[in-house]
Design a protein around this ligand. Structure first.
Ligand code: FES
Length: 87
């Protein structure tokens, strides 16, 4: 997807996030696999509703799993409960 479209989707998704989760978009949320917070938000904005789906899209959480809770927080903030798939 072109960067401009990806950026627009991320900006739309950011409207739903509390300020603490909007910080440092261009820093790694998953340091084990060097996955940017922006890329994880983009995956969720494009339909990933579980940690497993984010993992498949981005490789986040595939290190020792230390970022799993952060990914869960983003999913909870961005996905309305009716759109969530069971883990
Ligand atoms: S920081 Fe993502 S698995 Fe460790």
């Amino acid at each position: 997807m072109p960067f401009k479209e990806q950026t627009a989707e991320v900006i739309d998704a950011l409207d739903d996030l509390p300020p603490i989760l909007k910080k440092d978009l261009d820093r790694n949320l998953c340091t084990c696999n060097e996955v940017l917070r922006r890329d994880i938000i983009h995956a969720i904005a494009n339909g990933a509703t579980t940690v497993e789906e984010v993992k498949i899209e981005t490789y986040a959480t595939m290190g020792i799993g230390c970022c799993t809770q952060d990914v869960e927080r983003l999913i909870e903030s961005l996905c309305p409960p009716e759109n969530k798939m069971p883990d």
